[in-house]
Design a protein around this ligand. Sequence first.
Ligand SMILES: [Zn+2]
Length: 94
Amino acid sequence: MNLLRKRIVMLSVVIGGVILAGILIFLAGRSELTIALFAAIGGVVSLGGLIWGILSIRCPHCGGFLPLRDWFLEYCPRCGENLEHPRESTLPPR
Ligand SMILES: [Zn+2]
């Protein structure tokens, strides 16, 4: 999976968690307990997506974490390698 796809998946999960909480609260009625419960469920989903994104959106060369909001980052801010063309892919297959 390339970095842009990972960012899209991460954003979808984060937004999905918020929407999920909204839908559940809407469907189940608005008692304090259900709001707290479903907000927590949505929060866990969103947080899970965010943590997955932070852990998986990394430089393929140096393994450094990349800024999550720089969607079209071309070069790693740490090692300066091109992120779209990992060195490994240019090597002939073994
Ligand atoms: Zn790097």
